[in-house]
Design a protein around this ligand. Structure first.
Ligand code: FUB
Length: 462
């Protein structure tokens, strides 16, 4: 497609000035940083997302989270990072772990940010509260200590993941918890103290963590992460939901609204904005992402006529401009019957070489040389290939070598001037070459001795 340079330059300037990054539905709201644990709030014509900030190094095996960011949008597609508006250091009594939070507007017109944070005192996680005069702050500690801690009577096994909900009569409710323990309480009008005793809501089947509460057409909804075998693989989580006619329950479980995602944790925020409902959640789909390098994304959510929610379609990662794979027909010398050749061109950015969440091409138990191929109805000019290898740590391993080839009209030949064909794990292996005009591009793969090979994603660029 012909580039419109003037428009492109104008857009680049706009991006530089505003730090707004266009996001297709399903794409990360930003790839400048890793984000997690979204909460959503609509103020006027703006959708605000409050997120955690993953700073674990590549291959890290623990959360490294020091602050929270605010993102704003007026179209739920392009988000502007307003920066780190709250940090662990804003709570003098806390020392680490800026985990999930949510912001709610109080009756006094101020914005209260309920957070999960690790206190310096006895116990582990606490719920703190910061307050600011606008949706973007600045925010300061509203209490000078935790609202909920391990010493709060009847608190959760792990006091994290607050969700705050204001009913039509002005009563504010706090839900929170993890490790299969959900708790709820009324808040006083000051937004910083508990009114009455803490309850354990009933009927919230398979609750694990990450509650999110909202109301629609007089019905209360509670969405939450669940990690039972009925909805996710071991160590992963889906999002289930329950409904109730009273904000404190009892709740009736209604099903799964979001399947497991590519990160082990799952975390919902559900909100209506400009007449459309959305599911905001995180996954590991951004380049270089992982379980501790997550990315917040947004997809549309639809209700059935009876008020139940349809399962959210995860639209995948960002569409990569110029990737000709989308319009190609794939074929192969062999694919295992249980694998999916089409997965190599679904546009997904794998979290790592073991990320089978969007399917994979695999040729177990064939060994030696196999190939995958793209074919187009008309000749394409191609100058770059990018392949993300599949390695299941079982019979499929990284290849010994590979070669990009093209159909020259009578035979397959190696692409000329190739920079090489990489076989590294956990990344796109790029090969650039002298442009070829062809209707067929082939990736020839030679396995390591004793193993088969597989591909998660293969891109071809003009
Ligand atoms: O980000 C840290 C924790 O992971 C959150 O508090 C949980 O909801 C899970 O997403």
């Amino acid at each position: 497609m012909r580039r419109r340079w003037a428009a492109a330059i104008a857009m680049a300037l706009l991006l530089l000035l505003t730090d707004a990054r266009p996001a297709l539905a399903g794409a990360p709201i930003t790839t400048a940083i890793y984000t997690a644990d979204p909460a959503a709030l609509v103020v006027g014509d703006t959708l605000y997302l409050y997120t955690g900030h993953d700073e674990a190094p590549t291959g890290g095996t623990n959360f490294v989270m020091r602050d929270w960011h605010v993102f704003s949008s007026t179209d739920a597609a392009t988000f502007t990072d307003q920066g780190a508006r709250l940090a662990v250091s804003n709570f003098a009594w806390a020392g680490a772990d800026a985990w999930a939070g949510e912001v709610e507007r109080g009756a006094d017109g101020r914005y209260y940010w309920y957070t999960s944070v690790n206190g310096n005192g006895p116990g582990w996680m606490n719920i703190g509260v910061a307050v600011g005069n606008s949706p973007t702050g600045p925010f300061t500690d509203a209490i000078g200590g935790p609202l909920i801690s391990d010493s709060t009577p009847d608190s959760a096994p792990l006091n994290i993941d607050p969700t705050v909900f204001t009913d039509d009569d002005g009563q504010v409710y706090l839900y929170w918890g993890s490790y299969y323990g959900l708790r709820a309480a009324r808040l006083n009008a000051d937004m910083t103290s508990i009114n009455g005793s803490i309850i354990t809501p009933s009927g919230v089947s398979n609750f694990w963590e990450a509650p999110w509460m909202f109301k629609r057409n007089g019905v209360y909804y509670l969405a939450y992460a669940a990690n039972d075998a009925g909805c996710s693989q071991p160590n992963y989580a889906c999002v289930r939901y329950a409904t109730a006619s009273d904000p404190l329950g009892p709740w009736t479980h209604r099903g799964v609204v979001l399947d497991q995602v590519s990160s082990t944790t799952n975390h919902p925020a559900i909100i209506e904005f400009k007449g459309q409902w959305y599911m905001v959640y995180h996954n590991a789909a951004a380049p270089g992402g992982g379980n501790f390098r997550r990315s917040v994304t947004i997809d549309k959510l639809y209700f059935n006529a009876d008020g139940t929610m349809q399962k959210v379609v995860q639209t995948g990662g960002p569409v990569t401009p110029g990737n000709l794979a989308a319009s190609a027909t794939p074929s192969t010398s062999y694919v295992s019957p249980w694998e999916t050749l089409g997965a190599i061109k679904d546009g997904y950015t794998p979290a790592n070489s073991q990320d089978h969440s969007h399917g994979a091409y695999g040729n177990w138990n064939h060994q030696g040389s196999e190939w995958i191929e793209y074919q187009w109805p008309t000749a394409q000019t191609i100058r770059r290939s990018e392949v993300y290898w599949f390695d299941d740590n079982l019979g499929i391993d990284l290849p010994a070598s590979c070669q990009v080839q093209f159909w020259n009209g009578s035979a397959y030949v190696n692409v000329p001037g190739s920079s090489g064909c990489g076989v590294a794990a956990n990344t796109f292996n790029a090969a650039t070459f002298t442009p070829v005009s062809t209707t067929r591009l082939r990736l020839s793969i030679t396995s390591r001795s004793g193993y088969s090979t597989g591909v998660l994603e293969w891109r071809a660029f003009s």
